[in-house]
Design a binder for this molecule. Sequence first.
Ligand SMILES: Cc1ncc(COP(=O)(O)O)c(C=O)c1O
Length: 407
Amino acid sequence: MTFHRTTNKKMYNFSRKVNSEHSEDIKVLMQHAVGKHLISFAGGMPNNDLFPVSDIDEIYNNLSDEIKKIGFQYGPTSGYPPLVNNLRKYLKKKGLPIYQNKLLITTGSLQAISIITQELINEGDIVLAENPSFVGALSVFETYRANIIGIPIDENGIIIDELKSTIEKFSRKPKFLYITPNFHNPAGIIYSLERKRQILEVLDKTGIILLEDDAYSDLYFKEENKTLTKPIKSIEGFDVEVIYTGSFSKILGPGFRLGWMLASPKIYEKGENIKQALDACTSNFNQILANEFLAQAKLESYLLFLRTEYFDRKELLQHALEKYMPKEVTWNEPKGGFYFWLKLPKHLNSTAIFKKCIEKNVVFVTGRTFDPASKKDDNLRLSFSNMPKNEIEKGIKIIAEVIKTMM
Ligand SMILES: Cc1ncc(COP(=O)(O)O)c(C=O)c1O
């Protein structure tokens, strides 16, 4: 076999998997999320000051040496068994069918999304996703060269007629529908219970899998909204394969890199093999700490604290928006989660507003970041989770002033 030597210029023959536009967007987003001297509404992450540091100190200090040593070691690919057990109990309380399904612990729920995509998607396969969608998932689907078809949403979830007509339009069956029904990232909405059921009606017996991403359901602000967080996977009576994913990132800390997927045994088994090849197992150390956090019922009291903290931030942001935004800018007040999704008047685009705002040291995330086609740009995402409370009003005033000058 002959091949040509490259001389001074290095030629890398990259795989097609490296061409994800959304992955580039995430890099920029993360820079802005934590940029110094910036008022940042960009980061979809918890606030550092809210982490349960002393609880984790106490948990670690009380571990036996035996358990600590397990923490240093490799563990089963499926997960640290005590965590798998306790997590099953936690998911059972949400009404999830844990007996008919298997639970895989993953390195963040993004890894679960990655595993499922790797398991199901060949180049060119159709993935249906909400427009807008969580950008991390979009970058995974792009990496695996899926044909991502965005479907619009309203304040109650994905628009059912659009979902139906999209499915009918293609002669090729979509592999799965990816949605975030509870406290959507970026749209901030929660699906109505009726919309959750309607999705199952549409997918019933079609063979199209539903990928239900539930990273935020514990972060409702008011007890009366808890019933809305019912997982779609817990609704019975339909012939639909629902793969459910969740995460400790928003309810303990993203640095733990702990997520999970609950799926039927067949989906699970192939997924476990893929995970084995990816990273063998998720950090035992982190799983042990998270397990104790669950087992000692510390999660419940921590969630009570988080809900009031995020509610306070949401209130401050809502009031600032009411006070400063021109009436042409609209939004839905979130019932939980981390995000406001502002709708701009037609002739404005969020990228142009962003460029002006960053000059004034205020950042957010542009609408097009969350469009599967990276085009639609008449929205912007404001996250209140990672903000010091005293910067919210100042930041919104600046964004509103920029918008007014551009109208
Ligand atoms: C909707 C959604 N799903 C999944 C994730 C990923 O979470 P993890 O840190 O568990 O990978 C996020 C993180 O922002 C998210 O917003």
